[in-house]
Design a protein around this ligand. Structure first.
Ligand SMILES: [Zn+2]
Length: 202
């Protein structure tokens, strides 16, 4: 049941802030707010602490720009992960999706976005330079373009592969097992496994 709420009070503020989260409309925001109002203080403060902790303790891996609590993320720090293969993805959720599929044993490079000229997002806003430096340092044999199979993802992959064209590194692209225009984060495990296995020269 809807409860009259002071427009500027803490309840209204919580509802508004929850309503800004992706996938949460005003109705869900209201439901969550009433859930939190009814939950125990310990439970709600634990949630608040968890939210604060991710912002205060999580930063970007100095090597691949994945999220980590340490200098290096768990994947870069794992000697069992093949450092000679780097899968270039747009966002952290793409790493998460590929890791969930559990078929990839190489390392990653997170671009932190994609080229989007209409939004004024150019290469300088992405981690392209850091990727080039990783390749220059040597030890990398293959770069897999794992950007999303849509216009901007393809454009970004093309741009990066052109920059790497002079290097001896083999450049491949995830196969189109992924429906065109789709985004990696929504692909299921089998689709990602097929896309990786069927990757082809760029
Ligand atoms: Zn890393």
């Amino acid at each position: 049941m809807a409860v009259a709420v002071e427009a500027s009070g803490p309840i209204a503020r919580l509802m508004q802030d929850l309503g800004k989260l992706p996938g949460i409309g005003p109705k869900t925001a209201e439901r969550l707010t009433h859930y939190l109002l009814g939950a125990s203080k310990a439970e709600v403060l634990a949630l608040a602490d968890a939210i604060r902790d991710v912002k205060e303790s999580i930063h970007l891996c100095r090597e691949c720009f994945n999220l980590t609590e340490n200098e290096l993320c768990a994947i870069c720090a794992d000697p069992k992960r093949d450092a000679s293969v780097i899968c270039v993805v747009e966002q952290h959720k793409d790493v998460a999706a590929l890791e969930r599929a559990a078929v990839y044993r190489g390392r990653y490079h997170v671009l932190l976005g994609r080229l989007a000229p209409l939004e004024n997002i150019g290469p300088e806003q992405l981690t392209v330079d850091a990727l080039l430096r990783r390749v220059e340092r040597g030890g990398v044999n293959e770069i897999i373009m794992g950007t999303n199979p849509n216009l901007e993802g393809d454009g970004t992959a093309l741009y990066v592969s052109n920059l790497l064209a002079k290097s001896a590194v083999k450049i491949t692209r995830l196969a189109r097992g992924l429906p065109s225009g789709s985004v990696l984060e929504f692909a299921n495990q089998n689709m990602l496994a097929d896309a990786l296995e069927g990757r082809r020269a760029f």
